[in-house]
Design a binder for this molecule. Structure first.
Ligand code: XMP
Length: 511
């Protein structure tokens, strides 16, 4: 295990992911954790994350007592590097010169971190304070025009630090620097997908026991699918999956779950076609919040009915959930990390929950879940599905949701998805909602006749985490193909418009 000590949430997760990309298991711990507790986790190495604060700020998080005397190889990044320098007797100065963005780094001595790397390389900087003098025993190995100590190391004591952010892709050789540290610390690359899946299957088997039964709700998304596939491997038919088809999925998605997923995993599946029930409940409703509430409420009711039916066959003690590591970290789950927000998967469960949760993805990041899905042989379209909201197309029809309108939107959405995929843009685009403005009509002309149809909005966005987003600069010829095909192939649509709003101020979805 590599411990990533968190001095500021958003940096730590990225570092933990980069470590795992080197096939070494990593875990995030808060900077308030006592060193004795860290050592109890038997870490091979410790990495100190960056953070927003100046080491001189009043509320600056300090490194826990004794962190640099553990003998465990330790790597400080940005704030963590400055904290290392401060505690060990170096000089951290408020130079007043902030460095931000891509910066040329001069490597004076390759040492351990820069072995075999170019003497000048671009690194990503984001800091106000600087280390003016390294502590005794350290060699200064790199600098930039404004930062005299941009990297330092004391291999004899196993201590290393860099001012820049090796974890971000803008640092040209960041991943190599990270790897050099891990190698020097003696971390073996044993965190592979096969091991991850096997370990997860074993853990579920141990938790559920030889007799236990479990249920799992499938949404069509990758998380619940991978979680279910792992549990199926562990306990076979003692897992029952429930798929509530609310009729608000996109074209082909219900079939993906009912046919392809079942074929790939052998999961025992109960499908509930509840589309009529949902449509009826949504009839006459156009207010977005109202729609969301209705869909959420109906979903829980249908799922509870199914639970009761399954319970009639005997007791079920376990509920499978696709909770991911970022949710666990952000909810302070078990590690003592500051509680930033209660994620609905973790903190928001009802108090009278009668099930014990089985969460086989609790230690995994999204990209690891996708690779685990590939390892498990799940349908690629499911594994690589872009984010799709729980309320589905119900919140992509501005106006009342009806059967006919859903059919129109499904066709338009399928065309947009197909063309974006064909253009190779799936990984570049975070997601591309297609929104039907069902209450808007405009005049058009097609063939010899006047048309009076609806517009659809294309909303392609790029994003890191959906908290902020920018509209994607999709090439004009791709937009042209999408527009031509939608207006030709979907009779009711006579206009395609592009949403060029970032988030904020716009949200990604329209409702
Ligand atoms: P907004 O529209 O708030 O969306 O910018 C941010 C991200 O969340 C997705 N989204 C949802 N996901 N249930 C979900 O599981 C929901 O009710 C929901 N609403 C929005 C949205 O697609 C985007 O990825």
């Amino acid at each position: 295990t590599v411990l990533v000590v968190d001095f500021g949430a958003q940096y730590a997760q990225l570092i933990a992911r980069r470590v795992r990309e080197c096939h070494v298991y990593s875990e995030i711990v808060p900077s308030t954790m006592p060193v004795s507790e860290m050592l109890a986790k038997n870490p091979k190495a410790i990495i100190l994350s960056g953070g927003p604060a100046s080491v001189y700020a009043e509320d600056a998080p300090a490194a826990p007592e004794g962190l640099f005397e553990t003998g465990v190889p330790t790597f400080g990044i940005c704030y963590g590097f400055q904290e290392m320098a401060r505690v060990l007797g170096g000089e951290v100065a408020q130079t007043g010169v902030a460095e931000y963005g891509g910066t040329p780094l001069t490597v004076g001595s390759e040492g351990v971190l820069f072995a075999g790397l170019p003497a000048v390389q671009s690194v990503w900087m984001s800091h106000g304070d600087s280390v003016a003098a390294a502590p005794e025993g350290f060699e200064v190995t790199a600098w930039t025009p404004d930062t005299p100590v941009a990297a330092m190391e004391d291999p004899a004591r196993g201590l290393y630090g860099v001012q820049f952010h090796p974890e971000v892709l803008h640092s040209e050789h960041g991943q190599a620097v990270m790897k050099h540290f891990l190698d020097a610390a003696g971390c073996r690359p044993s965190w592979t997908m096969l091991n991850i899946v096997e370990d997860a299957v074993e853990a579920v088997r141990a938790q559920v026991g030889p007799e236990g039964r479990a249920i799992c709700g499938l949404s069509g998304g990758v998380d619940s699918a991978v979680a279910a596939a792992i549990v199926q491997r562990a306990i076979g038919d003692r897992l029952t999956c429930v798929f509530v088809d609310h009729g608000l999925l996109r074209k082909g998605e219900a079939e993906q779950v009912e046919r392809d997923f079942v074929a790939a995993t052998g999961v025992k599946l109960r499908v509930v076609d509840a589309s009529e029930r949902f449509l009826k409940a949504l009839s006459g409703v156009s207010d977005p919040e109202e729609k969301r509430k209705i869909i959420g409420r109906e979903f829980i009711r249908v799922f509870e009915d199914e639970q009761r039916a399954i319970l009639a066959d005997g007791p079920v003690d376990f509920l499978v959930q696709g909770t991911l590591y970022p949710d666990v970290v952000e909810s302070g789950g078990g590690t003592g990390t500051a509680n930033i927000k209660s994620h609905h998967n973790v903190g928001g469960l009802p108090d009278d929950l009668r099930f014990t949760l089985v969460e086989p993805l609790r230690t995994l990041f999204k990209d690891e879940v996708r690779r685990a899905g590939e390892e498990l042989g799940l349908p690629p379209a499911m594994v690589w599905r872009q984010p799709f909201p729980g309320p589905g197309l119900g919140i992509r029809i501005v106006g009342e949701v009806t059967f006919d309108r859903l059919a129109i939107l499904r066709e338009a959405d399928a065309i947009a998805r197909e063309e974006l995929s064909r253009a190779g843009l799936d990984r570049e685009i975070w997601q591309c909602p297609v929104v039907l403005l069902a209450d808007v009509r405009s005049v058009g002309v097609q063939g010899d006749g006047r048309t009076y149809g609806h517009p659809v909005v294309l909303r392609p966005v790029t994003s890191e985490d959906a908290m902020t987003a920018d509209w994607s600069r999709v090439p004009y010829d791709v937009l042209a193909r999408i527009s031509t095909r939608i207006t030709n192939e979907v009779r009711e649509i006579n206009r395609v418009v592009l949403d060029v709003t970032s988030k904020p101020p716009g949200t990604i979805e329209w409702e």
